[in-house]
Design a protein around this ligand. Sequence first.
Ligand code: FES
Length: 170
Amino acid sequence: MSQSLEAKVEPEVVLDWINKIGSDSSSTVPLLQAVQSKYGYLPRVAMDLIIQNSDISGSQVYGVATFYSQFRLKPVGRHMIRICHGTACHVTGADRLDTSLRHILNITDEEQDTAENGSYTIEQVACIGCCSQAPVLVIADEVSGNLTGANAQRALKKHAKKNEEIVANI
Ligand code: FES
C-alpha cells in the first residue's frame, strides 16, 4: 500500500470529538465511528490520540476496532466498490466479479483491497437486498445487477471515465 493513502489526522479534531462524545469506555464505538466517518478508516494516529487523551485503554480501542466488521484499519480509495457476497450473489458468481475487478484495478496482492493509485477499494458485503438481480455490486452509490465479469468491468470503466479515474487494465 502506498504511504500517500494514509490520512493526515488533525489532532484538534480528534480531541474535539473526545470532548463532545465522551472519554470513558462507553464512548469507544461512537468515537471510532466519528474517526472512520471522517477518514474512511481508523488511522493509527487517531487511535493513539484517543488512547492518550481519554480513559479508554489501548486494548479497548484496538479490541473494538478489530471486533466490529464496520471498522477498517487500512486506508480506502476515493470510491468504494461493494461486491455482494450474500447467498444469492455467491451462487451466481460474486467471486467472478471480485476476480474480474481485481484484475482491472491491478490489485494482485490478496491482502490488499485498494488500487495502488488510491482510486478504488473493493469491499465484500453481505446481502444488500437486491437478490433478484444477483450477482450485484455497488460502485459509489450506483447499484448494478445481473452481472458477469465482463459487464462488471464495463460498469467500472463507465464510472472511472465519468470520475476521471485511471484504472490499470483498461
Ligand atoms: S444476496 Fe446479493 S443482493 Fe441479496
